[in-house]
Design a protein around this ligand. Sequence first.
Ligand SMILES: [Zn+2]
Length: 258
Amino acid sequence: MRIERVLANNPGPFTGPGTNTWLLDDGTGQVVVIDPGPVDTSHMESILQKVSGREPIGVLVTHTHSDHAPLANPLARELEIPAYGHAIGPEFDPDLLLDDGSTLVVGESRLEVIHTPGHADDHLCFRVGNVLFTGDHIIGGSSVMVEDMGRYLVSLARLQGTGLTRLHPGHGDDMEDPDRVIDWYIAHRRQRHEEIYEAIWSGASSTAEIVEKVYSDVDRALHPLAARSVEAHLTLLRDQGRIALSADGTIMLSPNPT
Ligand SMILES: [Zn+2]
């Protein structure tokens, strides 16, 4: 099995060094492209150059965010192969839909689709043997923005102890020892969850005040993303009965903790 990265030219505070486009070749010459990234002619040229002489069979998208999916349809059209994903997005229209448990045959390998909602509802990870392509479910060198914390934690726990040996993320470098990485991710989210609860306990009553208190160690450019993760933690805290919202949107400790 041969796995190659083509780095898209979209570095930034939300994308790190840029989006990782992954080429997976099982060794027979059949190849799939994972997360082609934003529409960018030179990136498309780099991908086409890499797959030339091989037999591309599909363009796969982990989720429909703008740094992962928009090039998928143009690339698939150019290669005359299908684009695969879990859902239609603002800049993506899959030819074939993938769901949890779907499989795709790549040469003599089998690629397994795992639905991992949390970062985005439509997020998929792709597993081949003990290797996992993680998109933005898990990225190299940092935590991720989360839209739905309850589902995100379940999606992380599902991968624990399943024999994974390597992660290929949507941003940043490969990771070895996936169970240790996943343990860190879960511990980090639990820690943030308690820090957010403590911030409310000590008087923070809006998302902005919570971000100021809890994310003081994080680059301010990332605070808008942090605010979205805080909102996801707040939803979970409310579901847990630990906090409540007053009519004017003020966050407060639950008067009737369960
Ligand atoms: Zn991304």
